[in-house]
Design a protein around this ligand. Structure first.
Ligand code: SF4
Length: 376
């Protein structure tokens, strides 16, 4: 038994006896040693690589992250190369992962690490927490996995596992974390904190799944209150995600084979990314009216001909957008700014970071151009 744990630190949510708690981490670590997925960021203790993987993995699945992670390390192999890269290149490498603020924070933090910490990722919790993008999760993950410091991590997977072990009949939200940390203390191992953290995350991904936990495969089943109550499928309490639905219109305009794109403002949603001109449809407008208004407002120009090309859907964190792309020609010259607008060839568009909805429109344009070439 860990000598630093007082009996009153054992949570009332679970009746696990103190003398069984060593068994918890032993069983979990043994299971992890044989069952964990071989992933590139698990082959290293390099804090830079751990940091990049942990930021990419937030809200994104492991299979989706692997190619991004590998490509990123070729382009920015260390904190120095990331710090020296222009922001637009960093955003381009991030394109498709969403939550672009994270890429900006990586870039800003890399610059601070190079300028103020001699290029070494700090090993101390308070210092790390001061860097852009380092919240409690990322800080604890980097410190425990790269430096074996004794900080437990909590993400959605980990929270679900612990809430089930506790038998906690509440919704899974960060509000639970304080109680979870208090509860888990006696279960934490004396060493191998990084491996323990990864093992709980892996258990949440592979076994203790959200809708149908595979309890018959679980190495810590005997410690699980939800399992003993038969409530593992309703703990934590399910929550419905409601997306705001938005319709938006964009204008695909061409001049001498080039497409007009514009840069989004430096703050706010999808800031600093590029897009085709256009915007949200307002209540009571038709799609065409919305497009004519947006182009008048954004470019001071009047649309002449208009033809619907395609419509794509994309879900962002709090809303789902249906994006209608129209091929347009203009009656009057648009008013363009040097830094905010560009005419770019289809191939050249690949160099610019776009939100995922616009990237789907570009895929459509590439396909269309290929078909047109094939028809000649
Ligand atoms: Fe999750 Fe089932 Fe294991 Fe409990 S027994 S931790 S519900 S997989």
């Amino acid at each position: 038994m860990r000598k630093d744990i007082e009996p009153e630190e054992i949570s009332p949510y679970n009746k696990v006896a103190v003398d069984r708690q060593d068994g918890f981490s032993k069983k979990l670590l043994k299971w992890y040693a044989t069952h964990h997925r071989k992933l590139p960021w698990r082959e290293t203790h390099d804090p830079y690589k751990i940091w990049i993987s942990e930021v990419m993995l937030q809200q994104t699945t492991v299979p989706a992250v692997v190619p991004y992670y590998e490509k990123w390390l070729v382009e920015f192999p260390d904190v120095q190369s990331l710090s020296a890269a222009p922001l637009q290149r960093v955003l381009k490498a991030w394109q498709g992962l969403g939550y672009y603020q994270r890429a900006k924070n990586l870039h800003r933090a890399a610059t601070l690490i190079v300028n103020e910490h001699g290029g070494k990722i700090p090993e101390d919790y308070e210092t790390l927490m001061k860097l852009p993008g380092f919240g409690p999760y990322t800080t604890a993950a980097v410190l425990s996995i790269a430096y074996e410091k004794p900080f437990p991590v909590i993400d959605a997977n980990v929270r679900r596992v612990w809430m089930r072990i506790m038998g906690r009949r509440k919704k899974s939200t960060p509000k639970e974390d304080k109680d979870i940390i208090k509860f888990m203390k006696p279960f934490l191992p004396m060493t191998e904190m990084g491996t323990f953290n990864q093992a709980v995350m892996e258990l949440g991904s592979l076994v203790c799944k959200p809708a149908t936990p595979l309890c018959f495969l679980c190495p810590v089943q005997e410690f699980c209150e939800a399992f003993s109550l038969g409530e593992q499928e309703i703990i934590p309490r399910p929550q419905r995600r409601s997306y705001r639905k938005i319709e938006a219109v964009i204008a695909v305009m061409q001049k001498q084979g080039k497409y007009l794109i514009q840069k989004r403002p430096p703050t706010g949603l999808l800031s600093d990314l590029w897009e085709f001109p256009g915007g949200k449809k307002q209540t009571g407008e038709t799609l065409e009216q919305a497009l004519r208004r947006e182009i008048r407002e954004e470019l001071g120009a009047e649309i002449d001909a208009i033809e619907l090309l395609t419509a794509v859907k994309h879900a962002y964190t709090q809303f789902q957008v249906k994006l209608y792309a129209f091929q347009c020609s203009l009656k009057t010259d648009p008013s363009l700014s040097k830094d905010g607008h560009r005419w770019v060839s289809l191939r050249g568009l690949k160099k610019y970071p776009f939100p995922s909805g616009s990237a789907k429109i570009i895929q459509f344009l590439e396909k269309r151009e290929k078909e047109q070439r094939g028809a000649l």
